[in-house]
Design a protein around this ligand. Structure first.
Ligand code: ADP
Ligand code: MG
Length: 340
């Protein structure tokens, strides 16, 4: 009962905002004015050298509220603490989506994948380690789990298998008559027995994503990368089956593109389409609309069973502290507070 109450209290869609620190190369660059008003509220304004506490520019600052705001001092571990309960609910038949949203360079990939070191590793490896730890508790209650992982990229409304880059046709198909479960045809699915095995898959996916990115300029910033982890639990004596899914998504950069060269027009449209449609789907879910436009883009189609219904969604909004990113930062904050 308590668990249920907590779940209801938390709701199904949440938005967190993370502001990254400046990197060493950026230390000389001016930052936006950023005030962390409380755990949930951030105030942003343009850099202003003359206004140290003068308050005269306050009118130009804007406040945004989220379920949680993380200042640059919060490390990967601190972010994951707020995700742990959410991701572990996939062991209890929930479908969970975590999105990393923001302009290129805002820290999306750092947040999801991180760097290969225990302190800096991102949400994907942390999630897997946490799942393996929590699974032990369920094993004591008689549950056995099979864990399957796949990694894919959606680029220009095409699905690419990041574990097997042979060009193949990938379609999204229903796995059950009601469409509660979807699968992608010809997609490599790996059974995972340890966090290390998942880590190896992640490395392969990263490498393949990098190769694809060199073949097509700027591709890595314009594609969505999705780690899908399926948890299939069977009870030894009760003949029960529990299926939960985790989708950890590093979204395409949210920036408006400057030179929309003619060759790139379809590409640009498609990318904006799937990002915009994700917002539309989430808004439709929040408003409890009857028609949810899942099928308007590959990303939302793929995630259909994990958005709405028996699911939990977290939007992790990444923000750069640099003043030169101010306009995109505002766009991101507005997009996400709309969702909120
Ligand atoms: P994106 O995927 O949104 O394009 P990245 O994740 O590649 O952005 O981040 C841009 C740069 O900032 C990288 O060099 C990354 O290592 C660094 N970075 C991002 N977030 C953090 C953070 N929270 N702490 C330290 N460095 C970070
Ligand atoms: Mg990235």
């Amino acid at each position: 009962v308590l668990r249920k109450a907590i779940q209801e209290m938390k709701g199904n869609i949440r938005v967190f905002c993370r502001v990254r620190p400046r990197t060493n190369e950026e230390l000389g660059k001016p930052m936006c004015t950023l005030n962390f008003i409380d755990e949930c509220t951030i105030e942003v304004g343009k850099f202003d050298s003359s206004s140290v506490a003068s308050g005269k520019c306050r009118a130009n600052r804007q406040e945004f509220s989220f379920d949680k705001v993380f200042p640059p001092t919060v490390k990967q571990e601190g972010i994951f603490e707020e995700l742990a309960l959410l991701v572990q609910s996939a062991l209890e038949e929930y479908n969970v989506c975590v999105f990393s949203y923001g302009q290129t360079g805002s820290g999306k990939t750092y947040t999801m994948e991180g760097l290969p070191d225990i302190e800096t590793e991102g949400m994907i490896p942390r999630t897997v380690r946490h799942i393996f730890k929590e699974m032990k508790e369920f094993q004591l209650l008689g549950w056995e789990y099979r864990i399957e992982a796949s990694f894919l990229e959606i680029y220009n409304e095409h699905i690419v298998d990041l574990l097997d880059c042979q060009p193949k046709n990938h379609d999204i198909r229903m796995a059950d008559p009601k469409g509660h479960d979807l699968f992608v045809t010809n997609l490599q699915v790996e059974e995972i027995h340890s966090p290390e095995e998942l880590h190896e898959c992640l490395l392969i996916a990263q490498r393949n994503r990098a190769v694809a990115a060199t073949q097509s300029n700027e591709r890595s910033s314009r594609s969505h990368s999705v780690a899908r982890i399926k948890l299939i639990g069977t009870h030894k004596t009760k003949e029960e089956v529990s299926i939960g899914n985790l989708n950890l998504v590093d979204l395409a950069g949210s920036e408006r593109l400057k030179n929309e060269e003619s060759v790139r027009v379809t590409e640009t449209k498609n990318i904006n389409k799937s990002l915009a449609n994700l917002g539309n789907v989430i808004l439709a879910l929040l408003k409890k609309q009857e028609h949810i436009p899942y099928r308007n883009s590959k990303l939302t189609h793929l995630l259909m069973p994990s958005l709405g219904g028996n699911s939990k969604t977290l939007m992790l909004l990444n923000v750069s502290p640099l003043d030169e990113c101010y306009n995109e930062t505002l766009n991101s904050l507005r997009f996400a507070s709309n969702v909120n």
